[in-house]
Design a protein around this ligand. Structure first.
Ligand code: HEM
Length: 420
């Protein structure tokens, strides 16, 4: 692409109007992978595409300290968590997260989740309609708490699920949705802080490799336990995003409904479940961009990057970049047969290295849970998708089908292919 052009004018209105697609539209229009603009008056460097992702994930050039807006910290991420660390402190904390992601532990989570799907399906059979997004959030909340060693009484499930859902729903919102997220985070942090205290006092004894135990007893490079608030934020950094996988599960069901060809290939065995799930993560919007700050002055493609300047990497747009993905607006799982496996061109959960960099710690969990959901929806259930508003607005963050995907006539099929 050609050299960068500068856009010193404010793009907040365009961002609100075009949503997830704003950065992609601008990069395509100006034929550039880097441009400068202002959002809410703040200068921001915008990066797009595979080569830009390589630059963005270079820790010599970018850092995360102070990069996240305080609105997102008060709702989605919390303060003091791994997302805002750099260098050795980041590597040590990230190692704690990645130690939870062994194949055995992933299998445990998958089987706990399958058990929850079965239990939920018994209940769904007795209902006329089921709102899939809400139901899957709740079943994932039950499964991940059990997996993480977090006690959850039946009476608590609704409240905890609602708090996680509010945090997830609040990051891009203003007004009541934002405030619900803040309230949800405050309440969840108090709860998780109490759990950390109980583990350290010996009043709660979660299993050896469980997230709650590992985080409560984790020591930083100086040998100190995490302070209680930070430990609570990190416990929520495991629970909350696992509940958020419900959005991807909902998109998986939407794709089964709206992409009959891909569905037919899957059911006939011509298409692989793994590719279907990857295409859901590429095609549907989730995180629009990742955020960092320039660590030291440098220049890329003629664009100066000044130390301290904020930068965005276009995650959604890179997954829809037509140079990388032919016909990117078509849902076509078969494209993953030929994918080259680059860590920088397919980046729904960030790019680069999981251990060394800021790429999502839960990417393998996400894929595992989505594949389990796909199997359950196609092999264990029959259902209809009644008329409803299934539109996915690119200006709502996080995106989701407007109706949250209503299913009717849900029946357990015990091995016959389901869904309408
Ligand atoms: C619902 C699907 C998910 C999506 C779309 C997603 C997306 C992301 C993205 C875009 C990042 C930031 C990458 C960056 O800053 O460069 C991230 C980071 C992170 N995610 Fe996820 N994630 C998901 C699920 C999960 C799950 C299931 C977990 C944990 C069990 C998790 C834990 C984390 C953590 C701890 C980080 C911070 C990593 C770091 O800063 O080093 N995520 N995720």
């Amino acid at each position: 692409m050609s050299a960068a052009r500068s856009h010193p004018t404010d793009s907040t209105v365009a961002l609100l109007r075009e949503g997830y697609a704003f950065l992609l539209h601008r990069s395509e229009r100006d034929r550039t992978d880097v441009f400068e603009t202002r959002l809410l008056g703040v200068p921001v460097l915008c990066l797009h595409g595979e080569e830009a992702a390589r630059v963005f994930y270079d820790p010599e050039r970018f850092e995360r300290r102070g990069a996240a807006p305080s609105r997102a910290q008060k709702t989605l991420f919390g303060q003091g968590g791994v997302q805002g660390l750099d260098g050795e402190a980041h590597r040590a904390r990230k190692a704690m997260f990645m130690s939870l992601m062994t194949p055995d532990r992933l299998r445990d989570l998958a089987s706990l989740t399958t058990a929850q799907w079965h239990a939920a399906a018994v209940k769904w059979e007795m209902q006329d309609r089921v709102v899939l997004l809400d139901e899957v959030q709740e079943l994932l909340c039950r499964a991940v708490c059990r997996w993480a060693g977090v006690p959850l009484t039946p009476a608590e499930v609704t409240l905890r699920t609602a708090d996680f859902a509010a945090m997830i729903d609040s990051a891009g919102a203003v007004g009541p949705r934002h405030w619900r997220g803040r309230l949800g985070r405050a309440r969840a942090e108090r709860w998780a802080g109490g759990l950390i205290r109980q583990v350290r006092a010996g009043d709660l004894d979660p299993a050896e490799a469980s997230a709650l135990r590992v985080i409560a007893l984790h020591r930083d490079p100086a040998g100190a336990l995490l302070d209680e608030h930070t430990a609570a934020v990190e416990v929520l950094n495991v629970l909350r995003p696992t509940v958020a996988v419900a959005l991807y599960v909902t998109f998986t069901a939407l794709a089964l409904h709206e992409s009959p060809e891909a569905r037919r290939d899957l059911l006939s065995g011509r298409g692989a479940g793994e590719h279907f799930v990857q295409e859901v993560r590429r095609f549907y919007p989730f995180f629009p961009f990742a955020l960092a700050k320039v660590r030291r002055d440098f220049e890329w493609r003629g664009q100066p990057f000044q130390r301290g300047r904020r930068a965005l990497l276009n995650l959604y747009g890179t997954n829809h970049d037509r140079r990388l993905w032919g016909d990117p607006e078509r849902f076509r799982p078969g494209r993953f047969r030929d994918w080259n496996g680059s860590a920088y061109n397919f980046i729904p959960q960030g790019g680069g290295d999981h251990v060394q960099g800021h790429r999502c710690a839960g990417e393998w969990i996400t894929i595992e849970l989505m594949q389990g959901a796909l199997r359950f929806l196609t092999e264990e259930l029959t259902y209809a998708v009644p008329p409803q508003d299934l539109r996915v607005s690119l200006t709502r963050y996080p995106a989701r089908p407007a109706s949250r995907l209503v299913l009717s006539g849900v029946r357990r099929s015990g091995g016959r292919a389901g869904g309408a």
